[in-house]
Ligand binder design. Structure first.
Ligand code: AMP
Ligand code: ZN
Length: 472
């Protein structure tokens, strides 16, 4: 029996104990990037949260099957089926073909994933590789009577479902009355959405396909329902994305999938909160987005001298269901914490023979936090308690950190002294402190400083004339 794992389910609005449908298999689908631009660091927050979830599931002993899509068609600049296709917009911006744009930004995304230590999905699936399957989904929905055709395309009639909007607890009748969503001509209900959009009659689109309803392209929500069922079967354990997906994208994925399947589709829905940017004089925070404001990518951070894993640390230090404001000061604090961690790791590693077992009390506290709805800030606190536990054998603490890193993904085993930019001033300050400690007969502190310098690759030599040092 895997240990208890509790997750907040957007569908039930409560933290529930997690039980897979067919243990030990866990089927996970996460909505992937729209590859028309670099991912911004807000998008990456969502992928880091999903990575932590994956690591917790793997650590709990589950046999994880993870599928992630790549949106390379159909995602419009506005979630309500109007606006431009983001891919075509990207291609026009860069004077390249949509296919080149898709390949370039998908590669860039995978590079970001590697740099953030994100475990790759078992299956990547591109929307444009699954056009036939998506058309098949629309045909099934049509046969079952869920669709109607208007000038603009084939639409899903949401009034056919009693429970449409259950994930977001949408007040559908309120929407009907207020008509807050812009409506395409002929749309029957404001919440109806496009399954297949027809190409404009006077214009050839860069990406379009033949279909039983005419030349056009799939609606954005269709790819996820179709590919999730294709690769993970009729019942899904967990589906994730950012909070912005709750009211439209995931709501419509559920409508499509459950209408095709005729039964409940996914058990647990997890949503990561936004990364925000402080903005304006009033200090109001806005969601980071690709279309507005400062657009920060992982490359921007690297260009300013930050380690991508310091950004990962910054994210782990906030709970995934809380909004997190990005600030450079916050990232500096995370970088400083990573530096301290590296220093401790290098020192502790010197005492590790490879035989030591993790220190159970610290590891248990860490895992309990992580399994409690992925409470990584608390898990990090448990990690620091372990690092600072001077009473415990150092080799065991190092073994503990290696175990913890299976969830943290901070690259503890790979931490090397050359990555620590320790200045000569800092070395001299530590040596002075050590000399003072020795003079006060505080040999424990003096040895600690020697060990931590050794961990940084600094060897010190004592002689009657004083202490000298060299870099190994
Ligand atoms: P997109 O590439 O626009 O489809 O978005 C990729 C993922 O990033 C989705 O799961 C979004 O919900 C998520 N996302 C978008 N903006 C933010 C943000 N500011 N903070 C966190 N996640 C976001
Ligand atoms: Zn999706």
């Amino acid at each position: 029996m895997p240990p208890h794992l509790k997750l907040y389910n957007t569908m039930t609005r409560s933290v529930d104990e997690f039980h897979p449908i067919e243990p030990p298999t866990v089927r996970l689908y996460t909505c992937g990037p729209t590859v028309y631009n670099f991912a911004h660091i807000g998008n990456l927050r969502t992928y880091v949260f999903e990575d932590v979830l994956k690591r917790v599931l793997l650590e709990s002993g589950y046999d994880l099957r993870h599928v992630m899509n790549v949106t390379d068609v159909g995602h419009l600049t506005d979630d309500a089926d109007s606006g431009e296709d983001k891919m075509e917009k990207g291609a026009a911006r860069e004077g390249k073909s949509v296919w080149e744009i898709a390949q370039f930004y998908w590669d860039a995304f995978r590079k970001d994933m590697k740099r953030l230590n994100l475990i790759a999905p078992d299956v990547w699936c591109r929307a444009t590789d699954h056009i036939a399957e998506q058309i098949e989904t629309v045909r099934t929905l049509e046969e079952k009577g869920y669709t109607y055709l208007i000038d603009d395309g084939v639409y899903f009639d949401t009034s056919k479902l009693d429970d449409y909007g259950k994930l977001a607890r949408l007040d559908v009748s309120g929407l009907q009355a207020g008509k807050r969503i812009e409506v395409a001509a002929g749309k029957k209900n404001p919440t109806d959405f496009a399954l297949w959009k027809l190409s404009p009659k006077d214009k050839k689109r860069l990406m379009e396909w033949e279909s039983p309803w005419g030349v056009g392209f799939p609606g954005w929500h269709l790819e996820c329902s179709t590919m999730a069922v294709k690769y993970l079967g009729e019942r899904l354990d967990i589906h994730c994305g950012g909070v912005d997906h709750v009211s439209v994208h995931h709501t419509n994925e559920i409508a499509q999938a459950e209408s095709v399947l005729g039964h409940k589709w996914c058990n647990v829905w997890l949503h990561g909160e936004f990364l925000t940017m402080p903005r304006g004089e009033d200090g109001q925070a806005d969601r980071m987005s690709k279309s507005s404001g400062e657009f920060l990518t992982l490359d921007t951070l690297i260009g300013r001298g930050y380690d991508p894993l310091a950004y990962r640390y910054f994210l782990l230090n906030a709970h995934y269901r809380q909004q997190l404001a990005f600030t450079w000061e916050g990232l500096d604090a995370a970088s400083a914490a990573m530096k301290n961690l590296k220093r401790a790791v290098l020192e502790l590693r010197g005492h590790y023979t490879g035989d030591e077992k993790p220190f159970a009390a610290h590891l248990d506290a860490f895992l309990a936090a992580a399994r409690n709805d992925l409470n990584m800030p608390q898990a990090l606190a448990a990690m620091w308690r372990a690092v600072k536990d001077t009473g415990a054998p150092k080799g065991e603490i190092y073994a503990t950190l290696l175990e913890m890193d299976k969830l943290l993904g901070l690259g503890i085993a790979e931490m090397r002294s050359e990555r620590l930019a320790v200045s000569d001033d800092e070395i001299r300050r530590l040596l002075d402190e050590r000399t003072a400690a020795r003079a006060q007969k505080n040999f424990a502190r003096a040895d600690e400083i020697r060990d931590s310098l050794a961990g940084m690759g600094i060897e010190i030599m004592d002689s009657p004339e004083g202490t000298t040092w060299r870099k190994r």
